[in-house]
Design a protein. Structure first.
Length: 454
């Protein structure tokens, strides 16, 4: 059975198991008018949390199936659309909710935030092991948007962001979990914690909920609130990163085609009546725990291969230039005042047509304007060592099976950071004659170069 995700509903497979799940979690349901689709009757159940489920009621619902449907609640583990992608990214399947509606072949309905343009698209591919919900879409109505027929959408949906839930030790999302979270929001406790977490991050850009001593004693509702806060932070950071990289879009990073929301039905308990549903089209996140829409970014779809698959896709004589191009891409992004705190070889995509190397993921980043002093910013850059992570990582990977096929040569910034913060005698001042001598000695050399051996 097809599953639809739109601005007003998320359709899930039917069956007694769905009703049982709602009853088991003590979720209040409000019956709404039944729409008609293909001569089938539907029951709409608006949960006490911000999600509405459309349940088809017909003879097919009672038929016995030889195999459980993908994403049905009865399924013990979800069916992934791309097993290799899931395994490679290290997705913990136990953290994937069987209720996740983002399934290949389903249609999704979005709305742009600037002109409120409604977009219908088909999900062509879904990447489950991420901090956001990432999908490749094919536009249906309109068939072309911003001069493209396909794009990538990143929806910052804590419910089904599997890597985030796994990292934070959260259980898979269920309506029962959502009910606990909504009660937490209604009590205004969530807003208080949001303010506290905002203050902590403002004073320490490295702050994380995992550093809190009582983290292991948080209630399920508080964990869910923290996931919402982190998801909102990720969305705001990635949006800001693309805005700072406006001149690089379409060249070394994908173009940002627009901002969208996927609206969710909110609690109807306080609505005018059981037949009314309230919606909030606001896109001002501002770390607001009262969520009725999921924010997202539409990005250019880049066809190609990840840098991790370089050996299988390019001859050896091209490896040096391709990895060097990836490092140049990274340096141009650094010049925009962006520091990636989770730089990974998998984040680089080689365009199969132009062979241009693009960087894709900016959910976990710092910005230059978040710190006051240049020295503090340089220290953070030295700690992260983005260039070394890519250059030395690729050198190790490529040379493991083909000795001498790639040599990483650190650039000027990497050498300066090494001199100033990684010297065996402690931190050194920059802009000195000694630093200039250091640069002249090591510029253009491999990282393991030893001038004393000459």
């Amino acid at each position: 059975m097809a599953v639809r995700v739109d601005a007003t509903n998320a359709t899930l497979p039917t069956g007694d198991c769905v009703q049982a799940d709602l009853m088991a979690n003590n979720i209040d349901a409000v019956m709404l008018p039944a729409p008609v689709d293909d001569d089938k009757n539907f029951e709409s159940i608006c949960l006490s949390g911000p999600i509405k489920i459309i349940l088809p009621v017909d003879e097919a619902a009672n038929e016995q199936q030889s195999e459980p449907r993908p994403n049905a609640i009865m399924t013990p583990t979800p069916t992934f659309t791309d097993e290799s992608t899931t395994e490679e990214a290290g997705c913990d399947k136990e953290n994937v909710s069987p209720l996740c509606p983002y399934i290949v072949g389903n249609n999704i309905f979005l709305k742009t935030t600037d002109k409120n343009v409604r977009i219908e698209a088909e999900i062509m591919k879904y990447f489950p092991a991420t901090l956001s919900c990432v999908m490749v879409l094919r536009f249906l109505d309109p068939p072309v948007y911003n001069n493209v027929s396909q794009c990538v959408v990143k929806l910052y949906d804590r419910r089904f962001s599997t890597q985030l839930r796994s990292d934070e030790g959260a259980v898979p999302w269920t309506p029962g979990v959502e009910s606990l979270y909504q009660d937490f929001v209604a009590s205004e406790d969530a807003a208080e914690f949001f303010s506290y977490w905002n203050a902590e991050r403002a004073t320490n850009i490295y702050w994380s909920g995992r550093s809190v001593g009582t983290r292991n004693r948080w209630s399920q509702a508080k964990v869910e609130a923290y996931l919402q806060w982190e998801t909102t932070s990720t969305y705001e950071d990635e949006k800001k990163a693309y805005e700072l990289m406006a001149d690089l879009q379409g060249d070394v990073v994908p173009k940002m085609l627009g901002e969208v929301v996927l609206n969710l039905a909110v609690d109807t308990q306080e609505a005018e009546g059981p037949d009314s549903v309230m919606f909030d089209d606001s896109t001002d996140s501002d770390h607001n725990p009262h969520i009725s829409s999921i924010p997202g970014l539409l990005l250019q779809y880049v066809e190609g291969f990840q840098l991790t698959h370089l050996v299988a896709n390019q001859p050896r004589e091209q490896w040096q230039s391709t990895v060097d191009s990836a490092i140049v891409t990274l340096r141009r992004i650094q010049d925009c005042g962006i520091l990636n705190r989770d730089v990974n070889i998998r984040s680089f995509m080689v365009d199969s047509i132009t062979h241009r190397v693009m960087m894709l993921d900016f959910g976990l980043v710092f910005f230059r304007d978040q710190v006051k002093e240049d020295r503090e910013w340089e220290s953070s850059q030295a700690v992260q060592d983005e260039e070394g992570a890519i250059g030395l990582g690729m050198e190790s990977m490529l040379n493991a099976g083909a000795s001498g096929s790639y040599i990483y040569r650190p650039g000027e910034l990497a050498l300066k950071l090494s001199y100033r913060f990684n010297d065996e005698n402690g931190e050194q001042e920059g802009g000195t004659e000694e630093e200039e001598k250091y640069l002249n000695k090591y510029m253009g050399q491999s990282w393991d170069y030893d001038p004393d051996e000459e």
